[in-house]
Design a protein around this ligand. Structure first.
Ligand code: NCD
Length: 367
């Protein structure tokens, strides 16, 4: 299990994944203190705990229940976003504030952390671990969250810190985005009333899109029955083979195509994604492919009346012009803003769970 210290840096130039060296614990009904790195940690009963907590929290939030403020009172969350983010960052921060906890991050942004003057990423992480109960890490390297979890555990094992902070992945490069998948599955359940007997179509940059990697695997973890997943992308942006193999091994019917019109009319859920420009090393390759799949109002018109359209956002070329955005947004089948809202409830539930405070929600429910 040892990771040589010289390889343990969070240097963005080291692209190696350490997932084969660090095994995140399965949740198995107990969230407290567990790092959240991959959707593979969750089984259906864990997801049910989290989703019902999110619903309860939503209810309390809408009623402006002041007891929400007691759930994470005294807890501190470090927002360690070393890569661009709007929704994930703000929803985690809002989630912690609304639960009565606090949020810390360098006041001038991460450019003004000591990494800016040459500190190694692992030492920055160790500082975060000394001050936070929860560290939300987004980083451009696949596997960076695994390395971070390893180094936190080392600090604790060596007795350098007395309490173990929890690391929650907010996206590790092209790897996973587990909390996005949680909110996406929650949204599917909320909107469609089920996650079984569905045709789910994932469109766009399936190679670099960590949200679709996590969502596809989470449907397996949830044991969704009788689902078909259409994977729509140009060949060069296809879903990684290991994820396709994982789906097929678990009985999911997978159909790969580069032609959206062959699958749009049968789809119950259409999940569109942005071509991930920042992952391309060759700008010409991005330019050549950026307009491959555009969700226009005419695509929407070919879908079932009760289909739902999802997108993790932000959106760029893949949703046409600003005028097209307005038309798409006005269609009740497009659910991306609801996804954003759900993200806060899911993250509130997860923060309560990993800090061992989930029981507070139910104590009050009983009274
Ligand atoms: C996604 C991400 O960062 O992976 N955004 C998000 O978290 N809502 C998708 C993207 O950036 O395209």
């Amino acid at each position: 299990m040892a990771i040589p210290p010289e390889l343990g840096d969070l240097d963005p130039h080291q692209n190696e994944s350490y997932s084969y060296l660090y095994n995140p614990e399965k949740i198995n009904g107990e969230f407290t203190g567990k790092h959240i790195l991959s959707v593979e940690q969750f089984a259906r009963p864990d997801l049910e705990i989290l989703f019902s907590a999110a619903l309860r929290i939503k209810e309390m939030f809408i009623q402006d229940d002041p007891r929400l403020q007691d759930i994470c009172r005294g807890k501190v969350m470090i927002a360690a976003f070393e890569e661009a983010s709007t929704r994930t960052d703000l929803s985690f921060q809002s989630a912690m504030f609304r639960l009565g906890g606090g949020v810390a991050a360098p006041v001038g942004g991460w450019k003004f952390s000591s990494e800016y003057k040459g500190e190694g990423g692992v030492d920055t992480l160790r500082a975060e671990a000394c001050y936070g109960d929860v560290i939300i890490l987004r980083h451009p390297d696949k596997g960076s969250t695994y390395r971070a979890a390893y180094h936190i555990d080392q600090l604790v094992a060596r007795g350098d810190i007395d309490t173990k902070p929890v690391l929650v992945s907010a996206g590790d490069g092209v790897g996973e985005h587990p909390t996005q998948a949680l909110l996406d599955l929650f949204t599917i359940l909320d909107e469609k009333g089920r996650a079984d007997n569905l045709i789910i179509t994932l469109v766009g940059d399936l190679k670099h899109g960590r949200t679709v990697h996590s969502l596809a695997k989470l449907l397996v973890q949830y044991q969704s029955q009788n689902i078909k997943i259409n994977l729509v992308s140009p060949q060069s942006l296809a879903m990684p083979q290991e994820i396709i193999a994982y789906l097929e091994e678990h009985g999911v019917l997978v159909n790969q195509t580069d032609n959206i019109s062959t699958v749009i009319a049968e789809s119950d859920v259409v999940y569109w994604t942005r071509v991930q420009e920042e992952r391309f090393t060759n700008p010409q390759a991005y330019e050549a492919i950026k307009n491959s799949f555009i969700l226009t109002p005419s695509v929407l018109n070919q879908a079932k009346p009760d289909a739902i359209f999802m997108h993790p956002l932000p959106r760029k070329n893949e949703m046409g012009s600003l005028h097209d955005h307005d038309i798409l947004d006005a269609d009740p089948r497009t659910r991306w803003f609801r996804q954003m809202e759900n993200g806060m409830y899911i993250r509130m539930a997860l923060l309560a769970a990993v800090t061992g405070r989930l029981d507070r929600i139910y104590q009050w429910k009983a009274t």
